[in-house]
Design a protein around this ligand. Structure first.
Ligand code: HEC
Ligand code: HEC
Length: 338
């Protein structure tokens, strides 16, 4: 991972301007403490600007983008649930049921392959697919609809020097998603302070387990708490015709990845129940228990995942640690143009 120093001016700026938790437009590009060592995955033809991100924020909450005119992206990606929806499985704009759980939008800008199975390469591709599939979007019709709104005409012009189109709508949404960065958690502050105090005894023990005996760190690697790889942990493999996940031809196209799914970030995990790609586990404790006991047996299970023989108290400590990964990036809802 290459590092640059370009974050320094931004971070200093944010430190001076982030008053009262409000998200002023100049704040939207701020990188929270804890993510200094990772770089966003950007698209060469879509450099990130505050104007695009602010516009994308409005579009994410605007049902005008959908086929029915009633469902926004935010219907399944709610800010108060770290941009998940609290449901095991959701229903799309076209009335069809999803087969996978809505993942968090936090730190998606750091992922090269997206969706649970990795089939989308880059955020722009993912956004276009989600627009068409989840909210039955018809890009030309939606662009025409936005063109009738004066405020949008102005902000597309300011952000892109042109009007709403499939390309500019996708680029604005992707830009917004790149700004949803979660850091500055109790864990980040504890680490930055040289681990002196502030995490609590149970969470500190949980941290030691996570990094050591419990073996979680191999896949849920800091600072993103994901290695951005795909593993089979056995979830859903008991079904008659299981979801093959990353093995699919349009994803990694690799039979060795049967039943493998993206290692999800554990940042904000206390706010993203229910868990796993199929939303099959209701509580964080149960999810941790499942992982610490080696997942569910099946012929493709990842050998990295084994029963760690943890006690109930140790499971509680792991949960206490994961609860310290809740970020504190300020959030202010957008004003969607009428
Ligand atoms: C009806 C619910 C629903 C709506 C509405 C919805 N999504 Fe999603 N979103 C999902 C589900 C379910 C997945 C996981 C699908 C999969 O992995 O196969 C997902 C996955 C994603 C991902 C991948 C995240 C990752 O970590 O891999 C992105 C990005 C995303 N959605 C963006 C959007 C955008 C942008 C919109 C609006 C155009 C949108 N979503 C609307 C349910 C929804
Ligand atoms: C071999 C890699 C690997 C190891 C080791 C591992 N995980 Fe995971 N973890 C995953 C993958 C992959 C998923 C998603 C699986 C799915 O949904 O099918 C996951 C899912 C989770 C989830 C659910 C998150 C969500 O948003 O749905 C939690 C919580 C979790 N792991 C905690 C842990 C803990 C705690 C440990 C250590 C005891 C651990 N994991 C060890 C790969 C791993």
């Amino acid at each position: 991972m290459h590092r640059t120093l370009t974050w320094i001016p931004l971070a200093l700026f944010a430190a001076c301007s982030s008053d009262a938790g409000a998200t002023a437009s100049s704040d939207i590009l701020r990188r929270p403490p804890g993510l200094e060592g990772v770089e966003l995955v950007t698209a060469a033809d879509n450099p990130l600007t505050a104007a695009k991100a602010e516009l994308g924020k409005q579009l994410f909450f605007d049902p005008r983008l959908s086929g029915s005119g009633t469902m926004a992206c935010a219907a399944c990606h709610l800010p108060e649930k770290a941009f998940t929806d609290g449901k095991a499985l959701s229903v799309r704009d076209d009335g069809k049921a999803n087969t996978r759980n809505s993942p968090t939008m936090h730190n998606v800008g750091y992922l090269e392959r997206l969706y649970w199975d990795g089939r989308a390469q880059g955020l722009e591709a993912n956004v276009l697919a989600a627009w068409k599939a989840q909210i039955a979007g018809k890009p030309e019709e939606a662009a025409a609809r936005l063109q009738t709104v004066e405020a949008y005409r102005k902000s597309f012009q300011a952000a892109f020097g042109t009007g709403p189109s499939e390309t500019t709508i996708v680029q604005a949404l992707a830009s917004f998603l790149r700004t949803l960065r979660s850091g500055d958690s109790a864990y980040d502050r504890w680490l930055a302070g040289g681990k002196k105090d502030g995490l609590g005894e149970a969470a500190t023990r949980g941290y030691d387990l996570f990094m050591g005996k419990a073996g979680c760190v191999v896949c849920h690697t800091p600072p993103l708490f994901t290695n951005r790889q795909f593993h089979n942990v056995g979830v859903g493999m008991q079904a008659e015709s299981p979801d093959v996940g990353a093995a699919a031809a349009n994803a990694l196209n690799d039979p060795a990845k049967t039943g493998a799914f993206k290692t999800p970030t554990l940042r904000d995990v206390a706010r993203t129940a229910p868990y796993f790609h199929d939303g099959s586990v209701a509580t964080l404790r149960e999810a941790v228990q499942r992982m610490a006991s080696g997942g569910l047996a099946n012929p493709h299970k990842d050998p990295l995942l084994v029963d760690r023989g943890l006690s109930d108290a140790e499971i509680d400590q792991l949960v206490a640690f994961l609860e310290t990964l809740t970020g504190s990036q300020p959030w202010a809802p957008p004003v969607v143009p009428q």
